[in-house]
Design a protein around this ligand. Structure first.
Ligand SMILES: C[S@@+](CC[C@H](N)C(=O)[O-])C[C@H]1O[C@@H](n2cnc3c(N)ncnc32)[C@H](O)[C@@H]1O
Length: 193
């Protein structure tokens, strides 16, 4: 899948796509480094887009580990399904996370890799997603998400950081990934237990 597919979808839905180009392989590696792939039994990706993180996840998935990508954009889901035939994708919103996991018979999740554009997501949707994650993530699970350096000063980014610290037992931040456009960093969040 090309960056032009991504950019065209951005032009159609700038708020829900939230970026003009896909994340870089360097950001993908930083996002995935904290995940214990050999022992994980279920990994969920929020907003896989054109597969910037999926491409790296698929090379690390252990046999028997479930992967589920939840993506709002129809075109992306179509392309993802073609590009990664071994993986499962649902076209839908993470607002329905609880129902989607139940339908897919995924009980406890070891890791969530999140590519959502937090800054543009309504607070009510964020509330719903965090509440569903509290139920879905098993003890010592990991949640990884990213932010852009340029946005750190914005109120939405600061609210997200406060929220992550409230929701998770341990939250750390990677050093900046300068090779990403724009430069970004990952939040690594762990549940207690
Ligand atoms: C910033 S892009 C990231 C794409 C990809 N993960 C990457 O890093 O290149 C955000 C993605 O989240 C998806 N998205 C936005 N809102 C969503 C929602 N409520 N549920 C599921 N996916 C959503 C968009 O369609 C888009 O693919």
């Amino acid at each position: 899948m090309t960056a032009s597919v991504f950019f065209r979808q951005f032009l159609r839905s700038p708020r829900s796509i939230g970026a003009v180009m896909p994340s870089s392989p360097a950001l993908a590696r930083a996002m995935l480094a904290p995940i214990d792939f050999p022992s994980a039994r279920a990994i969920v990706e929020f907003g896989p887009g054109t597969g910037a993180f999926t491409r790296e996840i698929v090379t690390r998935l252990a046999p028997g580990c479930r992967y589920l990508g939840i993506e709002l954009n129809h075109r992306f889901v179509h392309e993802l399904t073609r590009a990664f035939p071994r993986l499962d994708f649902v076209q839908g919103s993470v607002a329905d996370l609880g129902e989607i996991l139940a339908e897919q018979r995924i009980g406890a999740v070891d890791a969530i890799v999140c590519g959502l554009p937090w800054a543009t997501l309504p607070v009510s949707l964020q509330d719903t997603v965090f509440s569903a994650m509290r139920t879905a993530l098993r003890p010592q699970a990991v949640f990884v998400t990213f932010g852009y350096l340029q946005s750190l000063v914005l109120p939405g980014a600061q609210a997200l950081r406060r929220r992550l610290r409230r929701e998770f037992a341990h939250v750390t931040q990677t050093s900046p990934i300068w090779g990403n456009v724009p430069p970004a960093f990952a939040y690594i969040c762990r549940t207690s237990g």
